[in-house]
Design a protein around this ligand. Structure first.
Ligand code: G1P
Length: 180
């Protein structure tokens, strides 16, 4: 079964996720931002890796990767307490900070597993960066009240929202799928 809903106003990613509430109800769910293409050629996909972690921690999980300092302004950026090599318990989250204000260089990539209490938190979230209702701000509130984990996923990520990233992804997939 495939159902869809539509965000009628451009009020940000948090608001877009909230418009999915009638379809989701009271269960955990995944969010995939399609302009971030994630490929793990050697094992389970990124959301599947995160679903596995969800079973262990039962809290919201965001995918993160290290990015160069001068790119942090394009992303939600997290910092927190390292639980293991690839897992961090989030203590801080900032949407698109200036380089000087970034708490780290760990950028959120468009894969999330969210617990349904996020909906009330989004409702309570004031417009933030760019005047939009940011999922990053709602997740920061969730991290303060309970627990949010950041996961350094296994696999490659392409920013298909940029021409360079889109071409890089096309070439990578061509090489992997067709060239041999
Ligand atoms: C969104 C999120 C941001 C995240 C990014 C990942 O930003 O708001 O926190 O790091 O996706 O691609 P957007 O790229 O939609 O501006």
């Amino acid at each position: 079964t495939f159902s869809y809903t539509r965000q009628r106003e451009m009020k940000g990613l948090g608001h877009a996720i909230l418009s999915g509430e009638p379809l989701i109800g009271d269960q955990p769910f995944g969010v995939v931002l399609a302009d971030d293409l994630c490929i793990n050629a050697d094992g389970p996909g990124v959301l599947a890796q995160m679903a596995q972690l969800y079973k262990q921690f039962r809290c919201s999980i965001v995918a993160v990767m290290e990015v160069p300092e001068d790119e942090v302004h394009k992303y939600g950026v997290i910092a927190g307490q390292a639980i293991s090599d690839d897992l961090i318990r989030v203590e801080t989250m900032v949407e698109k900070p200036a380089k000087e204000d970034a708490p780290s260089n760990l950028a959120i990539i468009g894969r999330y597993i969210l617990t349904p209490d996020i909906f009330d938190l989004i409702r309570d979230t004031e417009p933030g960066k760019g005047g939009e209702i940011q999922i990053t701000d709602a997740l920061m509130a969730q991290a303060q009240k309970g627990c949010v984990m950041a996961y350094k996923f296994k696999g490659k990520r392409f920013d298909c929202g940029s021409i360079e990233g889109f071409i890089e992804a096309t070439n990578y997939c061509y090489d992997k799928l067709y060239a041999h």
